[in-house]
Every structure is written in structure tokens, then in C-alpha cells.
Design a binder for this molecule. Structure first.
Ligand code: PGA
Length: 256
């Protein structure tokens, strides 16, 4: 098992631990490329990264960022489009240069061409230095739902019923949740030099357990991360509580 697992007390501490790790890695690169995730899990991480920036411990003036995914078909400026969420939660809070922040286009006339362009943009930036990930209750990473091939690339995909249910809280009703998305593929995500996955709360415990303690299988997309050599899971005790302590102990490191 290559994956380092850090277990902290609560979601706030998950954010602090993950942000410190991410900032240390970003600080090693002259023009860092950050992979960003939406959802509730990374919010405490962004909050602490913002604090590090304000206190002069993180310089983001040359940082670029690429988002993992976007809904297909939400009107431009829709509050729940990931473009809007990224603008609000990441670009503004971290004071990133908006011209350096990229989100897949879920409204392109030619979505397949837009997916290829997104892959090309990541590649020509030099590739992701540190990718922040959440994990779905069904084990998804990005919007790569169970069954997705581990070598998948950026593409249009269907959202699973479970993901639409999980995200319905952000929309007036379940029927308003889009059915399709553009997402970086698992193969795309695995090309990041380092990956930091954050998870908190009991609802993630089963997915975290499968990702770390089952053999890699497309039934749990996050289990693909076992094939990457520089991954850290930052968990709170609730998200970690199904992990076998005997397996966990040798995996724990302070950082890498
Ligand atoms: P969440 O979503 O952080 O809102 O729980 C995670 C995910 O679906 O990847």
C-alpha cells in the first residue's frame, strides 16, 4: 500500500492538515499547478489555504488551477455550476488570478472537442503538481462513477442516481440536478504528481474503506489511487473509523 493516511479529529483539522501539505508542495514549484475539487469536503482546506496566503506563508501569484469537473447544461452564471462554485470558493478566497483558473466547459457546442482541449490545456501547463480530491459516498473521484475505466480521460459522463441524490441538496429538487457532466478521467487524475484526498464524516467511511482496503476495482473509482505513488488521504476520525487499525498503522506518516 503506497497511500499515506493522516487521521485528524474533525473536518476543520482535515482542512488545516491538507492545506499545510498542499502549501508545502506548491512552494517547491516556481509556477505551481493546483488541481481543485468542488463539493463540501475541500472547503476547510480552501479556508486554511486562504489563511496561509493572508499570513504570508503561501504565494499564489504564479499559481494556476484546473477544476476536475462541471455539470453539462447549466446556464452560464448558474449558482451551482462548478464555474460559479470555483469562482466563489477558490478563486476569490485564495485571491488567485482568474485568468489562471480553468473549469471544463459544460456548455460547449462541441463537448467532445472541449474535453480534448481541456486535456491539452492541462498538458501544456506542464501538468498538475498537486491534485485535491474529495470522494463520493459511492467512491467516485471527480465525476468518475463506479464502473469507470481506470485509464479514462476527460469526457462527457452520466451522473449516477446516488450522486444526483447526494447533490440534490444544492438544487431546488432532484429533477433540477443535471444528468450529465464533463469530468477529467481517472487516467487524467492519476497523472497529477501528488494527490491529496480529503474526507470527513461517517457518510464517507465505507467509500474510504473500499478505496484503501479492497483490491483496486472499478466498483470503487477511488481504489485506482492505490496505483499512484504519491497519494495522501487526510481523514477525520468518523471517515476513518472503518479502517483496520492494523493496516492503518504502517501507512501513517506525518507527510511526504
Ligand atoms: P462532498 O462531495 O465533498 O460534497 O461530499 C465529494 C464528491 O462527491 O467528490
Amino acid at each position: 500500500m503506497n497511500i499515506s493516511v493522516l487521521v485528524t479529529g474533525n473536518a476543520l483539522q482535515v482542512g488545516e492538515t491538507a492545506a499545510n501539505l498542499i502549501a508545502a508542495h506548491l512552494g517547491l514549484r516556481p509556477s505551481p499547478i493546483l488541481g481543485i475539487a468542488t463539493g463540501s469536503s475541500p472547503l476547510t482546506t480552501y479556508a486554511h489555504l486562504a489563511q496561509l496566503r493572508r499570513s504570508g506563508h503561501l504565494d499564489v501569484s504564479r499559481t494556476s488551477a484546473f477544476a476536475l469537473d462541471e455539470y453539462v447544461g447549466l446556464a452560464a452564471g448558474h449558482r451551482q455550476s462548478y464555474r460559479s462554485v470555483v469562482d466563489r470558493e477558490v478563486t476569490t478566497r485564495l485571491a488567485l488570478d482568474p485568468t489562471r483558473v480553468f473549469v471544463p466547459d459544460g456548455n460547449a457546442d462541441n463537448l467532445d472537442a472541449a474535453c480534448l482541449d481541456y486535456e491539452a490545456a492541462i498538458r501544456s501547463s506542464g501538468g498538475i503538481d498537486v491534485q485535491i480530491l474529495g470522494i463520493g459516498t459511492n467512491g467516485h473521484i471527480g465525476f468518475n462513477e463506479p464502473g469507470t475505466a481506470f485509464n479514462s480521460r476527460t469526457r462527457v459522463a452520466e451522473l449516477s442516481a446516488s450522486t444526483r441524490g447526494d447533490n440534490a441538496c444544492y438544487f431546488p429538487s432532484l429533477s433540477d440536478v443535471p444528468t450529465r457532466c464533463v469530468t477529467q478521467g481517472i487516467g487524467t487524475i492519476l497523472e497529477a504528481r501528488r494527490i491529496v484526498l480529503v474526507a470527513s464524516g461517517e457518510a464517507k467511511a465505507r467509500a474510504v474503506e473500499q478505496a484503501l482496503q479492497s483490491a483496486p476495482d472499478t466498483a470503487c473509482p477511488a481504489s485506482a489511487l492505490q496505483g499512484h505513488s504519491r497519494v495522501t488521504f487526510v481523514l477525520d476520525t468518523a471517515a476513518a473509523h472503518l479502517l483496520n487499525p492494523a493496516t492503518l498503522a504502517p501507512m501513517q506518516h506525518s507527510s511526504r
